[in-house]
Design a protein around this ligand. Sequence first.
Ligand code: RB5
Length: 148
Amino acid sequence: MRIVAGSDHAGLVLKDHLVARLRAQGHEVEDVGTLTAASCDYPDFARAVARTVADGGAERGLLVCGTGQGMAMTANRVPGVRAAVVSDTFTAHATRAHNDANVLCIGQRVVGSGLAEDILDAFVQTPFEGGRHSGRLTKMMANDGGKA
Ligand code: RB5
């Protein structure tokens, strides 16, 4: 699977760990940075990952910051992106199966590396169930400014 990954300084260690693990599993991973521990702004990396996913350059995105929250808020402003903050494996399965989430956001200050590995495995391996969830996705993605 083609996966694009990014982090800020607060997510660097976990992002690098998960990128290396994905590559060892045989996935094709684009790492948009950050690449050093210097303080930086999470929206820069969230936007880069979100745009790549929205443009079809990757099937899934991975974003890591301190909490995952700022990454998800930023990524979800890019049309076509469904970014989810996940800190447990049940939600990792469910947000793929029910919401067809295409960007996974994890907080390095929240989730340990072992749990993050399990969350990412579930996120990569779980297909969208479709069926009754498809119509809900259509409503979710409607570009109606929340008015319809
Ligand atoms: C950086 O200190 C922190 O604010 C950032 O990594 C993230 O948690 C924001 O949502």
